[in-house]
Design a protein around this ligand. Structure first.
Ligand code: GDP
Ligand code: MG
Length: 440
């Protein structure tokens, strides 16, 4: 999608004049790209109308850059599609916050409950899990396994058949034990059927959740619209988690789901493992869809690691500075996060040619980069790398001292220069947004 839309926008740049016909042609390309990535047809039509309304070519003064206005309108309108303008529920410390997860079977509820619990637990919330799925055999075992792995207290039953009863017992127990984040996993069915919605309502009535989280599989394509509507009409969907965004999901389901429920997406699932959960925010999501690296995601990740030295770095990144030491911290954070190939994708400007190979090969390469940086002086680390141009013998020294080759150090410096340039160009986070809006 990203490539197609950027392509359409690039055509704007190469068009000698921009008139109604050019605009129509560009909009047609963009709409086709959106439809191909499963955005609901009605939404696409609305988007086209809105952009045409915003961009009134005749009214634009001669001196104004029409291309930028059109690119900005497209970006803003796509953002509007994924942003219902509603704040999601935010849990409060020192009290019980009850989250009830709903969605079809296989959507990723149980997995997401585990990730969600892990997310809050890591942030220091007193977190627990309740399994109210009595429909699927093995549901309790699955939740138990996730919970045990992350050392999160859980509640469930092998014998009680009434999901509302179990949900209530679990919630009451954890409430009285002073838990802050109580996550209730429910069952799904293969399709949107009456029995499922009845059960959902019974559980909802029993536990009175603060937030109902609708878990939606991003790979379901055009079905997203109808599915989201059905759940919304059965219970008060407060927020959405889109799962399987790591696969071939085209992102259009996310847009359609938001539009259908009017509820914000809070997280996206990007894999089967505990840490494959990313905070969602609209503009970075759209810029990623449109083909830019996800700077915001990167900054969030660095902040999330809660390593003191990284707080500074997030700040500097936002200001657009990027030293060799920043790169060192970046690489070490990436290695901790793994899987490395996925983390790499988040970093704009990663040299794809330099980092080809297996997971292990890439990891080794990054580690060698870090070894080289370990042999640098403080002054070299805190600099922008230009010092090596002035003192080429240092290149030899550092590589010798770290048991690597001078060519590798040259590669490192090249990669660093790329990072630094991108960070600078973006002026950090706000700059990225500006660039995306075509106002740079
Ligand atoms: P539930 O029936 O809604 O509880 O769904 P499960 O949590 O059991 O998940 C169904 C399948 O989807 C499992 O194989 C999960 O590992 C997988 N899954 C869940 N979330 C994600 C995700 O974000 N990415 C990928 N690739 N797979 C996921
Ligand atoms: Mg489940």
């Amino acid at each position: 999608l990203g490539r197609k839309i950027s392509g359409a926008l690039n055509n704007l740049t190469s068009a000698p004049v921009i008139d109604t016909a050019t605009l129509d042609a560009v909009l047609k390309d963009i709409c086709r790209a959106l439809l191909e990535s499963d955005v609901n047809v009605r939404l696409v039509q609305a988007l086209r109308q809105n952009i045409k309304k915003i961009v009134n070519l005749e009214e634009l003064a001669g001196g104004v850059n029409k291309r930028k206005i059109i690119s900005k309108a497209v970006f803003d309108e796509i953002c509007r599609l994924v942003d219902p303008g509603v704040e999601p529920f935010t849990p409060k410390r020192g009290r019980a916050n009850i989250f009830m997860f709903v969605g079809l079977q296989g959507a990723g509820k149980t997995t997401t409950c585990g990730k969600f619990a892990n997310f809050y637990q890591k942030k220091g919330w007193k977190t627990c899990l309740v399994c109210a799925d009595t429909f699927r055999a093995g549901a309790f075992d699955q939740l138990k396994q996730n919970a045990t792995r992350s050392k999160i207290p859980f509640y469930g039953s092998y014998t009680e058949a009434d999901p509302a009863q179990i949900a209530l017992e679990g919630v009451e127990k954890f409430k009285s034990d002073g838990f802050e984040i109580i996550i209730v996993d429910t069952s799904g069915r293969h399709k949107q059927e009456g029995a499922l919605f009845e059960e959902m309502k019974e559980i909802r009535n029993a536990i009175n959740p603060d937030e109902i989280v609708f878990v939606m599989d991003a790979t379901i394509g055009q079905a997203a619209d109808g599915q989201a509507r059905a759940f919304k009409s059965a219970v008060e969907v407060g927020s959405i988690v889109m799962t399987k965004m790591d696969g071939h999901a085209k992102g259009g389901g996310a847009i359609s789901g938001v539009a259908a429920t009017g509820s914000p997406i809070t997280f996206i699932g990007t894999g089967e493992h505990m840490h494959d959960l990313e905070k969602f925010s609209v503009r970075p999501f759209v810029s990623k869809m449109l083909g830019m690296g996800d700077m915001q995601g990167l900054i969030e990740t660095v902040k999330d690691l809660k390593l003191d030295e990284n707080v500074d770095m997030a700040k500097r990144l936002e200001q657009g500075l990027f030293t060799l030491r920043d790169m060192y911290e970046q690489l070490s954070a990436m290695l901790k996060l793994g899987p490395i190939s996925k983390v790499m994708g988040m970093m704009p400007g990663m040299d794809g040619d330099m980092f080809k190979g297996s997971e292990q090969e890439i990891t080794n390469k990054l580690k060698r980069f870090m070894t080289m940086m370990d042999s640098m002086t403080e002054e070299e680390l805190d600099g922008d790398g230009k010092i090596f141009n002035k003192q080429p013998n240092r290149i030899k020294r550092v590589s010798l001292g770290s048991g690597t080759f001078p060519e590798e150090l040259e590669q490192l410096l090249t990669q660093h220069k790329k990072f630094a340039m991108i960070v600078k160009k973006m002026g950090g986070n706000r700059g990225l947004m500006k660039a995306m809006a075509g106002q740079d």
